[in-house]
Design a protein around this ligand. Structure first.
Ligand SMILES: [Mg+2]
Length: 376
């Protein structure tokens, strides 16, 4: 029996702030960019009552909720809480696929033998996060990814919804088609013109009838509408690449800003690579400019690497060949062609020294959290 759990933290950034600052509890709290072009990243449930939501401009949110508390995000803190949550997920399943900083799929298939009743795990994961981290999460438990993600969203906040395969199609039939991930406003409009507004109507409609609106996605979406989805949960540690990217609140203009941002990213990637006891061969730099055009540049090394300095050395080399003619909106660093650490011996003198130093740093990070040390 296949069982997939989707766990999604409730109003994550705002909840972390309310936990860290008790004076914010019970108040409309909006975590957002404070500049004139800022947007809301998350807001507390108290703020949602005023119509404030994620991705809305901060200016609009201020109009809707003038008494709200508007604060900038503390992303390092959210990363820190996120790694605590992800570590809990790994205790419940060896196969965890993070979707973002505050949500993940857990494959619980075949765990009946270990835990008896898989359905009971939803409440257990939630209780564990509440007790150890202090936050509430919403859980969806279902036979596939699509249903699990849909379920976790149905009873937010602090929800736990279980969907069984035999009842799945009937369960989702009355829901609006927009609940299907990937069916955005435009597709909803198109379907509405065909007289289709619910998932059930989509499931029973003729393929040829849907084709003009759904195109190549017709069959895939019809499968989802029937509650069927075969996509596997892809374990974080088996990923073919390990990367981090950062979209900046304010575009970067100078070499110094880019240098600092890239070094931060290299440290985050290096840490994740070493935590998984891996090394990688290909270093990739991603740049998105303020006009949303993006480029990627890669380099493959002969000797596999995992140390922050080594990743950074290649990133600097790649960055040196990029034309920095426009302001930068996003930077990303990733390491791919990943292999287990043990396969290769790094016995160069220089590397042994570097390795010793980084081992000491990693030991501190493991003990006190990733953000204990940031090297300048
Ligand atoms: Mg969330």
């Amino acid at each position: 029996m296949r069982w997939i759990m989707h766990v999604d933290m409730d109003a994550f950034f705002a909840s972390v702030e309310q936990m860290d600052h008790p004076e914010y509890q019970g108040k409309p709290l909006i975590v957002c960019g404070l500049s004139s072009r800022g947007v809301v990243s998350t807001c507390s449930y108290e703020a949602r009552k005023y119509g404030v939501h994620s991705a809305m401009s901060t200016v609009k949110a201020q109009q809707l909720c003038p008494q709200g508390i508007f604060i900038p995000g503390r992303h390092q803190r959210y990363e820190e809480v996120s790694s605590e949550i992800m570590a809990i997920f790994h205790e419940f399943s060896p196969c965890v696929e993070p979707l973002s900083i505050d949500e993940a799929f857990l494959d619980l298939s075949g765990m009946e033998k270990l835990v008896g009743n898989v359905e009971s795990l939803g409440a257990k994961v939630k209780a564990r996060i509440k007790k150890d981290v202090g936050l509430t999460a919403s859980v969806g438990l279902a036979p596939n990814k699509f249903l699990a993600k849909l379920a976790s969203d149905l009873d937010k906040p602090d929800g736990c919804v279980i969907i069984h395969q035999k009842e799945a199609a009937a369960f989702i039939a009355p829901l609006p088609v927009g609940k299907i991930f990937g069916v955005g406003a435009r597709t909803q409009e198109g379907l509405k013109r065909l007289g289709i507004t619910t998932i059930g109507q989509l499931a029973t409609a003729d393929s040829a009838y849907l084709q003009p609106v759904l195109g190549n996605n017709t069959e895939e979406l019809r499968q989802l509408a029937l509650g069927l989805d075969t996509r596997p949960v892809i374990n974080d540690w088996e990923q073919k690449s390990i990367g981090k990217e950062n979209t900046f609140m304010v575009d970067l203009h100078t070499e110094e800003e880019r240098h600092k941002a890239l070094w931060d990213l290299c440290q985050q990637v290096g840490w994740r690579v070493r935590l998984g006891k891996k090394v990688g061969h290909t270093v990739t730099l991603k740049v998105k400019y303020n006009d949303f055009k993006s480029i990627t540049r890669s380099i493959t090394t002969e000797v596999p690497i995992s140390l922050d300095e080594d990743i950074f050395a290649f990133i600097r080399q790649l960055a040196g060949a990029v034309k920095w003619s426009r302001p930068v909106r996003l930077l990303g660093v990733s390491l791919s062609k990943i292999a287990p650490e043990g396969e290769i011996l790094l016995d160069l003198d220089d590397n042994t020294k570097k390795k010793k130093r980084i081992d000491a740093i990693d030991a501190l990070k493991k003990k006190f959290g990733e953000n204990i040390i940031h090297r300048g």
